[in-house]
Design a protein around this ligand. Structure first.
Ligand code: HEM
Length: 239
């Protein structure tokens, strides 16, 4: 067995460790800004769809829906800004952050995709290929999440444009309604995609904690500090 698939029980608690820089400041800042804005969008969006705390009386006396919509639109703006940073960083970031690290296009990554899937399915973490950055399944899952966010933004701005048929967003995205069979369907898609986010978030958090515990290589703190401590004698697929 190569050292790139070293069993977890062979990962000692003490020894020679080296620091590997993975995530630059723009990526870490956009990660947390996107995380917060997605939570705000989900909470305020579900409220807009079904106002669960609606107080009685005239709207002018509480304006709760107005605040929820304002928060939704501010968070949407922040999410779009994080997307711009991420797109720029796909070309300006280091090799763990570039587009090549987000799509398993390399023959090595395609092979490791199946090894990683097998290791997850059979719960054999010691057989998983060792990556410093994203393993091929993570690569696909993050690309999928970005695609989801894109669809959510397109349907969201199509809904937003409806307030005025001369507005920029109306003119830009008014083809979405006819494409999906009417604006109620656009709203429905926007609502259903929200649940995809709500399902994704706990899985993402669980997988991060799991990797941190099983690999003993500070996965979670890497998205705060920017890097990992890994064993100096351990080989990685993407080193
Ligand atoms: C990224 C850009 C986004 C934009 C521009 C946007 C915009 C909008 C707009 C205009 C509405 C309708 C508001 C109204 O009728 O007053 C809406 C509703 C909603 N949004 Fe967003 N949104 C975005 C992202 C998100 C995200 C990421 C989520 C969830 C994680 C989300 C969840 C929802 C939900 C659940 C509704 C209510 C749908 C329903 O009526 O059932 N939105 N959004």
């Amino acid at each position: 067995m190569s050292s790139a698939t070293a069993p977890v029980e062979h990962l000692p608690r003490t020894g020679n460790y080296r620091w590997v820089q993975l995530w630059g400041i723009p990526l870490r800042v956009m990660h947390w800004a996107a995380a917060i804005s997605i939570v705000v969008l989900a909470v305020t969006g579900l409220y807009i769809g079904k106002p669960y705390f609606m107080t009685s009386g005239e709207a002018s006396s509480h304006f709760l829906m107005g605040w929820m919509r304002l928060l939704h639109f501010i968070a949407a703006g922040i999410l779009v800004m994080t997307a711009i940073v991420r797109i720029y960083w796909l070309f300006a970031g280091n090799r763990y952050e570039r587009w090549t690290a987000l799509i398993p296009w390399h023959p090595r990554d395609i092979r490791n995709f199946f090894r990683q899937a097998r290791a997850y399915l059979l719960v054999r973490p010691e057989e998983a290929p060792r990556y410093l950055g994203h393993n091929p399944l993570q690569q696909l899952s993050y690309t999928g999440l970005y695609a989801l966010a894109l669809l959510q933004a397109i349907t969201g701005f199509a809904l937003y444009g409806q307030y005025d048929s001369t507005s920029f967003f109306f003119r830009l995205l008014n083809w979405i309604g006819p494409l999906l069979g009417g604006m109620p369907n656009v709203r429905f898609v926007h609502h259903v995609l929200t649940w995809a986010f709500i399902i994704y978030i706990p899985i993402h958090v669980y997988m991060s904690i799991r990797a941190d515990v099983l690999d003993r290589n500070s996965t979670i703190s890497s998205i705060v500090s920017g890097g990992r401590m890994v064993r100096a004698d351990e080989a990685f697929e993407d080193d």
